[in-house]
Design a protein around this ligand. Sequence first.
Ligand code: GLN
Length: 486
Amino acid sequence: MAAESLTLTLAQAREQLARRDISAVELTRTCLDRMAAVESKLNAFITMCPREALEQAERADRRIAAGDGTPLTGIPLAIKDIFATRGVRTTCASKILDGFVPPYDATVIAKLRAAGAVFVGKANMDEFAMGSSTENSAFGPTRNPYDLARVAGGSSGGSAAAVAADECMAALGTDTGGSIREPASFCGVVGLKPTYSRVSRYGVIAYASSLDQVGPFTKTVRDAAIMLREIAGVDPRDSTCSARPVANYELSLNGEIAGMRIGVPREFFVEGMERDVDSAVQSAIKHLQALGARPVEISLPHTDYAVAAYYLIATAEASANLARYDGMRYGLRAEADNTLDLYNRTRDRGFGAEVKRRIMLGTFALSTGYYDAYYLKAQKVRTLIRQDFERAFEHCDIIVTPVAPSTAFKLGEKTADPLQMYLSDIFTISVNLAGLPGLSLPCGYDTAGMPIGLQLIGPPFGEEIILRAGDAYENTATIKRRAPSL
Ligand code: GLN
């Protein structure tokens, strides 16, 4: 039983739990055993919560027995360590939050808790979600389950690796510039970044507030639809959160994509992309066409400026958001004789190198004399990028692109050159700048056996259509999932 339940999808586990073929405790034990077996290799978790998880699972079993289950009751989940979790330390992979145990739950955590989900642990990530490889974690990098010498992607690398390695059935991450989609692609799982404002960020440690969005990692597109329905929706505690009704996303998975116009942006198929990635994505487009979709060439002419604009806007917002870590209210506090020294020493000791680089970059971009030249200009570029998408969606229903120009790279390969690292976000960043939903799903493997991701981009609140297309692809794709050999 244990070995079989390990590879169940969330939808399958939901059915088996409801039929009482398995119990939440058994399912949770399977994940905890798996964590015990593989964590020394992967480092996907910063904090593991076996005791709490088993208690939650016991409660879930009682609830299911009473006929009071939800689709997530008894489902073991990993939570990126950026979400405030009541009573469980929350580090954001930074030393500066040392010893911080939140007295409250983020809204999404409260929702999942109310649904009866089981939290197996807090997943590893880049410090403050700044990075594309999880190498910026103060707790050491997460390794890719398909090749331990390679990165899991980032910043939500722990969440992606944990799902890929069957340490949980699904996970929660955040995506500011690609942090759900890129690690999903590197680890061969499904990752969904919803439309900006679709999911509450209350209790999610802020990186760049005009871009941050919460979303799920799952084994299948159907599972992503199930998760999204549970976490989406209005929240009086997050004024940016949309009041639009939440759909039953699973109902839109009807396999019908005949006549769907799929936009293929010519700027996304450029030099520098790995050949295996290019051919896997081209094959996926052909496959969608065989299912009845109609490819149309589109143009997103300002794509070239997306990375530059993003790294100005994100760092500017981060420099303001991270001003609160001063050693006064929570986390690390350095010894000092006066207040200013206390701030300085705490921040010097608490923040890692990349976080410091970004605070400086953002502060510079916002400073008098440079504001117009950098920050304001970046905002104007952002508007142009959004307009590119608006125009493109006049000619297509969804947009299909690669998720990243390469598959998972080697640990240490890009750490010496921040710009190289930033360029791994080239295909994901403009989606955040425009506030759109983006789905990453596996579409093949390169010659080294590393997973390749396909990105489906929708118009604002177009989650249903990208999930429908992704599900149709997944159910008919000829390339079957290969489990990592750990
Ligand atoms: N890699 C991007 C960055 O470092 C995106 C990170 C994210 O989406 N949180 O900012």
